[in-house]
Design a binder for this molecule. Structure first.
Ligand code: COA
Length: 182
């Protein structure tokens, strides 16, 4: 399933590969302060070597059908990461995660990318359910499933430890049949 997923005329999801390590690290490093607020791995990614190790890890999970990570490319540049962070094959369910560089924020790119990813999940991977979890106060992240018509299914209390404090997660779900009906 290692195919490029088009999300617009100049926007595409390309399977993450080792040659992305350098631009990926540059992006993480330039956006460290804002990513840290919502993403727990930021301070463990301190070198190109760390980005290589991350890519190798997620590619191994992808080969096992347990994840599907993409670099998000806009007008030929890497601007973020989006993908199925986990796939539960037994229940045909996938959890979507994403982040964007600051310069790429505010253009609707991630909404378009997540829409293309969900379509790929339902149509190509034959998923039954897609899920997105976001910190309850992460307004920009929550707006993405809300724009795409995911249902807000509830709150997981103190579901994630971020910078030494626990945050609640808003959980959004979309079923294959709902996606087809939209
Ligand atoms: C979460 C994150 C990816 C959202 O980025 P974003 O740019 O707000 O999301 P989109 O790319 O979908 O763009 C939506 C914005 O573009 C605007 N926009 C412009 N054209 C648009 C279009 N055609 N369609 C949708 N939105 C559009 C929207 O109004 C919105 O801006 P606003 O919030 O100022 O109203 C980004 O803030 C981020 O990386 N945050 C840090 C990491 C993070 O929190 N990750 C998620 C963890 S759960």
């Amino acid at each position: 399933m290692e195919e490029v997923v088009k999300a617009g005329r100049s926007l595409e999801l390309r399977p993450l590969c080792l040659r992305d390590a350098r631009p990926l690290f540059a992006l993480v490093d330039a956006n460290r302060d804002r990513l840290r607020r919502w993403l727990p791995w930021t301070d463990a990614n301190l070198s190109v070597q760390d980005s290589r190790a991350y890519i190798l890890r997620v590619r191994a999970r992808a080969r096992a059908g347990m994840a599907l990570p993409f670099g998000l490319w806009w007008r030929g540049s890497l601007v973020g990461v989006v993908g199925f962070v986990w796939i539960d094959q037994a229940n045909r369910c996938g959890g979507i995660g994403y982040w964007l560089a600051r310069e790429a924020e505010g253009h609707g790119l991630m909404t378009a990318a997540v829409s293309a990813l969900a379509r790929h999940g339902f149509h190509t991977l034959n998923l039954h359910r897609a899920e997105i979890r976001a910190g309850v106060r992460n307004r920009r992240s929550r707006a993405i499933p809300e724009r795409l018509g995911f249902r807000h299914e509830g709150t997981l209390r103190q579901a994630e430890r971020l910078a030494g404090r626990y945050v609640d997660h808003a959980v959004y779900g979309m079923l294959a049949e709902e996606w087809r009906r939209r």
